[in-house]
Write a protein that binds this ligand. Structure first.
Ligand code: UDP
Ligand code: MG
Length: 333
């Protein structure tokens, strides 16, 4: 006899999300900083005002990503003022994705919020993130409703990137979501266990799954300083994202090859027939050149695509640590 306890639930209604309470929980803010001396004081003012009103215990983990200005000195001054500000000093500039990973590795909170220090991620949103977390979301992420602050070119390229990424890969990136989000500890642990060195965080954030909830917000301009992202860097960033989440760019070449082969066969047939019926005409130098140049171009493209993947395999296989920590301030061990 089957006991009623062990039997399946009668309806297949979704499992209700757990409700949680922030009481007694810890929040970790993770802030990667690269040449941010102008904006840091403002950042601490704004975020600390916000955090004080949230009713949670908190720490602010700042990762100095090899800044060449006085960022480290400013961070240390804040650490002196308030031990809840903790500082990881990386040995050089490793890039934002890696700096973020370094911060996630040392953050101890039950909830973790990566944030840009230039105040483009409004700290006021953290309260809404926590509300969503209490209502059962494991990830609450900010979505930019309005990109009118960006140039037309940046908007178009971003749009194209999301289209290409979502078309080519199995995970779907939510449009216009950045790194600004709140993650439950379980999600952070999954992220930390991912072994890859090429850390395309947007993709990894989407890959982990869990209960994710979007929170819309208007993204302001940078408060001070300058963005360190240029188009070339963005292009490489997009390439990293697509190659680490999709193999379509190398698989497509078998089909391109097949199509080229079939075209060649059809073309050969047409030439034979034409010669049989109309005799020989002047040898076709232009068409020959077109075919040669085209097949050369296609081969180079295919080899290039292969190279992108081989280079990344090489990078992963070397197994170097993701980052090198030079100093830590405010951590017990
Ligand atoms: N950042 C970093 N390392 C880098 C570049 C940027 O840690 O090599 C940090 C930077 O200090 C800021 C965040 O990443 O807190 C976002 O950078 P930025 O504002 O330049 O990018 P954007 O907002 O233009 O995407
Ligand atoms: Mg910014």
């Amino acid at each position: 006899m089957v006991s009623p306890v062990a039997s399946a639930p009668a309806s297949n209604a979704p499992v209700p999300a757990p409700t949680r309470s922030r009481v007694g929980k810890r929040l970790s803010i993770v802030a990667p900083c690269f040449n941010e001396q102008e904006v840091l004081d403002l950042f601490f003012d704004r975020i600390e005002a916000e955090l004080a009103a949230l009713g949670v215990e908190y720490e602010i983990v700042c990762v100095n990503d090899g800044s060449r200005d006085h960022t480290l000195a400013v961070l240390l001054a804040h650490h002196q003022r308030d031990p809840r500000v903790k500082v990881i000093n990386l040995a050089r500039n490793f890039g934002k994705e890696t700096a973020l990973s370094a911060g996630l590795d040392v953050a101890t909170g039950d909830m973790v919020v990566p944030i840009d220090v230039d105040l483009q991620d409004p700290p006021e949103l953290i309260g809404q993130f926590i509300d969503a977390w209490e209502a059962g979301a494991d990830v609450a992420y900010g979505v930019r409703v309005d990109r009118s602050a960006d140039s037309l070119l940046k908007r178009l390229t971003a749009q194209g990137f999301y289209k290409a990424f979502n078309g080519l890969s199995d995970v779907d990136l939510p449009y216009n979501a950045g790194d600004f989000r709140l993650m439950d500890r379980r999600v952070v642990e999954v992220l930390r266990q991912l072994p890859e060195r090429n850390r395309f965080m947007k993709g990894l954030f989407a890959w982990v799954g869990f209960r994710q909830q979007a929170i819309p917000y208007a993204r302001p301009e940078r408060a001070a300083g300058t963005s360190s992202w240029r188009y070339w860097k963005l292009w490489n960033f997009a390439l990293d994202g697509i190659t680490s989440f999709s193999t379509a760019p190398i698989r497509v070449w078998s089909y391109v090859g097949l199509a080229a082969g079939l075209t060649a066969v059809a073309f050969a047939g047409a030439i034979v027939l034409r010669t049989l019926f109309f005799g020989r005409d002047v040898p076709g130098y232009p068409s020959l050149m077109v075919v040669i140049l085209m097949s050369f171009g296609l081969q180079m493209l295919a080899i290039g695509a292969l190279g992108e993947y081989v280079a990344r395999i090489y990078q992963e296989v070397k197994g170097r640590p993701l980052y090198v920590v030079m100093d830590r301030y405010g951590f017990d061990s």
